[in-house]
Design a protein around this ligand. Structure first.
Ligand SMILES: *[C@@H]1O[C@H](CO)[C@@H](O)[C@H](O)[C@H]1NC(C)=O
Ligand SMILES: *[C@@H]1O[C@H](CO)[C@@H](O)[C@H](O)[C@H]1NC(C)=O
Ligand SMILES: *[C@@H]1O[C@H](CO)[C@@H](O)[C@H](O)[C@H]1NC(C)=O
Ligand SMILES: *[C@@H]1O[C@H](CO)[C@@H](O)[C@H](O)[C@H]1NC(C)=O
Ligand SMILES: *[C@@H]1O[C@H](CO)[C@@H](O)[C@H](O)[C@H]1NC(C)=O
Length: 350
């Protein structure tokens, strides 16, 4: 019996039940005839879904996983500082939940201050190829050229002055999930809370080792001593030779020098020397009730220049000149130790 015959038979018979059955049969017949079309449609849907997963789903998952990954910095060294470049060493770890296995291509990360617009990178850092293992050590040692001096000076100013600052590292890279043959473009972007130098607050000039002379020596110095400088950041900085203005109030009373300054994280004991206008310091000590009471003078230090190997290191000089740093120096005790005299308060101010 042919299909056509059957259909005709039912049509002539009439009635709902028969008609329904006829439709179903008609459909069944249609399917049988056009099965290949359904197969193609089904295959197309499968291909579409797979494509969506591969081209949209996987890249999104890869990007999400990369966004969730944590970058932790254990230490940063800024060494061999030159006017336009430095050696940057970074010890860091990248932590993921380990749920996907993927290789992340090497990439160049742009570094900029998150909280300053526009986001101009002051330098770039090359990150090595990594895998998305749960925990990865990423140690980098690289000569970095300053990409934008204004941006780098600003970074140094913020770094010197602030307690914390936000540093962003951003770069385009590719991820290759394990088992897939394709690489997907993703963006690596991490914003780090970095501790700054907080203006080196807490710096002390140590009284016991301080030596004060009545006249200057061949180096044009009349003061030698040690200072304890706290560095609350995780950065080691090879700063160089620093010359500071030394103010009392608004009066410039000479210079303080620190040679070959390297600031390590934590406390740093360094040698300092100075060329002080001693007669004026003594006069201020005697005639200012606040100073002569306990012999302590709040000096203000402001960097004048920074040099290394005879070159000006402008970014550190400007960074350290962002604000005056007040250091209380027990000049009374230093004078007593060195000159054997106690400075009395003047009866009345001149
Ligand atoms: C990285 O770790 C090594 C080994 O502990 C250490 O020698 C180096 O100074 C560290 N570098 C930084 C930038 O913290
Ligand atoms: C990498 O940095 C870590 C963390 O500071 C350190 O323990 C490790 O020794 C370093 N490895 C190398 C090869 O420097
Ligand atoms: C530092 O203090 C001196 C003396 O009061 C003043 O002339 C100078 O402008 C101050 N510098 C900054 C950056 O505050
Ligand atoms: C400070 O100077 C003394 C004497 O010149 C020297 O022995 C010492 O090593 C110096 N300290 C530092 C931290 O440079
Ligand atoms: C840095 O400043 C000090 C103090 O004024 C000065 O003696 C020295 O020559 C300056 N160095 C440079 C390289 O300008």
């Amino acid at each position: 019996m042919s299909l056509k015959d059957e259909t005709q038979t039912h049509q002539t018979a009439g009635g709902d039940v028969v008609r329904k059955r006829s439709k179903r049969r008609r459909c069944g017949a249609h399917c049988k005839r056009f099965w290949w079309a359904y197969l193609i449609a089904f295959a197309c849907v499968v291909v579409l879904v797979v494509c969506l997963v591969i081209f949209v789903g996987v890249p999104n998952i890869a990007q999400d996983k990369l966004n969730e990954a944590e970058l932790d910095i254990q230490g940063v060294n800024i060494l061999n500082t030159e006017p336009n470049k430095f050696l940057m060493e970074v010890n860091s770890t990248i932590t993921t939940d380990g749920s996907i296995h993927a290789d992340v291509d090497a990439f160049t990360g742009r570094m900029y201050l998150e909280d300053h617009e526009p986001h101009v990178a002051f330098a770039t850092l090359d990150f090595p190829e990594t895998s998305a293992d749960k925990m990865q050590v990423v140690n980098i040692s690289q000569e970095v050229t300053v990409a934008d001096m204004d941006a780098f000076v600003r970074f140094n100013e913020w770094f010197v002055e602030r307690e914390t600052l936000r540093l962003t590292i951003e770069g385009e890279t590719k991820v290759k999930p394990a088992g897939l043959d394709r690489k997907y473009g993703v963006t690596f972007k991490k914003t780090l809370d970095v501790k700054g130098l907080n203006l080196l607050k807490g710096t002390e000039v140590l009284v016991d080792s301080a030596e004060l002379f009545l006249s200057v020596d061949d180096n044009n110095r009349n003061f030698y001593g040690e200072a304890d400088i706290p560095n609350p950041s995780h950065f080691t900085l090879e700063v160089g030779n620093v010359a500071f203005h030394q103010y009392i109030g608004d009066e410039d009373l000479g210079h303080l020098f620190i040679e070959d300054l390297i600031l390590y994280p934590g406390s740093n004991t360094v040698n300092v020397s100075a060329n002080l206008n001693q007669p004026r310091v003594l006069a201020l000590l005697r005639t200012t009730p606040d100073y002569c009471k306990d012999g302590i003078i709040p000096f203000k230090l402001l960097a004048e220049n920074v040099t290394r190997d005879g070159n000006d290191i402008e970014y550190f000089a400007k960074g350290l000149a962002v604000a005056n740093q007040t250091v209380d120096i027990d000049i009374g005790a230093i004078i007593k130790n060195n000159l054997g005299t106690t400075i009395e308060c003047a009866d009345e101010e001149d």
